[in-house]
Design a protein around this ligand. Structure first.
Ligand SMILES: NC(=O)c1ccc[n+]([C@@H]2O[C@H](COP(=O)([O-])OP(=O)(O)OC[C@H]3O[C@@H](n4cnc5c(N)ncnc54)[C@H](OP(=O)(O)O)[C@@H]3O)[C@@H](O)[C@H]2O)c1
Length: 386
């Protein structure tokens, strides 16, 4: 039985991880859960799974949870805030931590989980974007595996199995292109949060849904792929594939291209990260290849969607630059959702923040966190002038 901790159990990936756990009660046991502010949903999860360690973002919500659970036949340790995330990430009973927080908030707890020698099922790509060099070295020092949950990286990981690294020519990350793939630049200027929150193929948290619409999500995934698969940016390409059936591909030196196909259902890559190296049978909806009506592929348009090019540029510059890209993007996305800036302002805020930063090689995690904070303040300042 694998004992699991989830950082972010009330989110889209967190809830789907619980669904996978429900499918395999003899293989997976939840021992620690954390949530942000959705305390009602979290209370219900606590009652259902009876974890040993739990955490909410706010102290008052943690007190409320304590009151709600008083008088029940079991008592979890209840925490809050960053210390709470650390308690969940390092829960002694857990062997695997699913990192399903959204944003760079995931960085510190993921590092703590690695130091506690937990296997990482990584959905929280912002951790690798902000601190890929640091986190992958930390994982290697602690002999910890970082297993991808993101469907594209899970696909690449599966296509790479049993192959020698030097035989890889390039990785092809597929992208749906988001809801505005065919929009003219003038139409993009009219995009509202409501429009951008309707993703054609996936139901996800708000931040990643907006990132998918700007193509920043794909840019973050390019940087994530660089660190997960130790490959340079010249060998990572993005291909728009609107049907989201091929989750990604690997081209080998002999001209062979291996592709991973599947339903657009995150429970499949979540399950694989938890079952690895085994594959467990499930009853999830199946891909019927004879029903597939034309799979199409096209080049991404970085003129209309400059976020992708910004991410490549930041990734190539390396050092602290990707952390600045990520932090500025987070601030810009939430400002767009709050109606403070327009859709097309998101990449502009990111670019203007990057222009204020001279990248350095960070001395460690503290410096990365410090620069993340600087970038957030700088992006907020830029937004105030819009
Ligand atoms: N969703 C997908 O299909 C998908 C696919 C591939 C990769 N990913 C990646 O997976 C990660 C999670 O995405 P998601 O879509 O699941 O996000 P989400 O639905 O927004 O969920 C985020 C989770 O983090 C919690 N949280 C947020 N801020 C917090 C804070 N300050 N303290 C404690 N908890 C906090 C939220 O709690 P509350 O809701 O309780 O506030 C929620 O449980 C992201 O990095 C995303 O890029 C997602």
């Amino acid at each position: 039985m694998k004992q699991i901790a989830i950082l972010g159990s009330t989110g889209s990936i967190g809830r789907q991880t619980l669904e996978v756990a429900d499918l395999f009660p003899n293989e997976l046991k939840l021992v620690a859960l954390s949530a942000g502010r959705n305390r009602q949903a979290f209370l219900q999860q606590c009652r259902q799974y009876q974890p040993l360690v739990v955490s909410l973002e706010l102290e008052e919500d943690a007190r409320w949870l304590q009151e709600q659970l008083a008088g029940e036949g079991w008592r979890p340790e209840i925490h809050h805030g960053l210390n709470g995330l650390l308690a969940v990430a390092t829960c002694p009973e857990a062997s695997t931590v699913v990192t399903a927080l959204s944003g760079a908030i995931g960085l510190i707890p993921t590092c703590a989980a690695i130091k506690a020698k937990k296997q990482i099922a990584l959905a929280n790509k912002e951790t690798l974007v902000a601190a890929g060099d640091y986190v992958t070295k930390l994982a290697a020092q602690n002999e910890v595996k970082i297993l991808p949950v993101d469907s594209e990286h899970s696909a690449i990981w599966q296509c790479l199995q049993g192959e020698a690294g030097q035989s890889v020519r390039r990785l092809l990350l597929t992208a749906s292109g988001g809801p505005f793939r065919q929009y003219h630049p003038e139409d993009l200027s009219q995009v509202t949060p409501q429009m951008a929150l309707k993703h054609p193929n996936w139901s996800m948290g708000q931040k990643i849904t907006i990132d998918s619409a700007t193509l920043m999500n794909k840019g973050l995934e390019v940087i994530e792929a660089k660190w997960l698969f130790d490959i340079d940016f010249d060998h990572i390409d993005v291909v728009i594939h609107p049907q989201s059936i091929i989750h990604s591909m690997v081209e080998y030196g002999d001209g062979s291209v291996l592709a991973h196909l599947g339903m657009p259902d995150m429970r499949i890559p979540i399950q694989y990260a938890l079952s690895y190296p085994a594959r467990w049978f499930n009853q999830l909806p199946r891909l019927k290849v004879t029903d597939l009506k034309g799979l199409t592929f096209e080049e991404p348009d970085t003129k209309r969607f400059p976020s992708l090019a910004l991410a490549y540029q930041a990734g190539r510059q390396g050092g602290t630059v990707p952390a600045v890209l990520n932090a500025a993007n987070e601030v810009a996305v939430y400002a767009f959702l709050a109606g403070q800036i327009k859709f097309l302002d998101i990449p502009q805020v990111v670019e203007r923040t990057l222009n204020q930063h001279k990248g350095i090689t960070p001395s460690g995690l503290e410096e990365i966190i410090e620069i993340d904070g600087w970038a957030r303040a700088e992006a907020a300042k830029i937004i105030r002038n819009y």
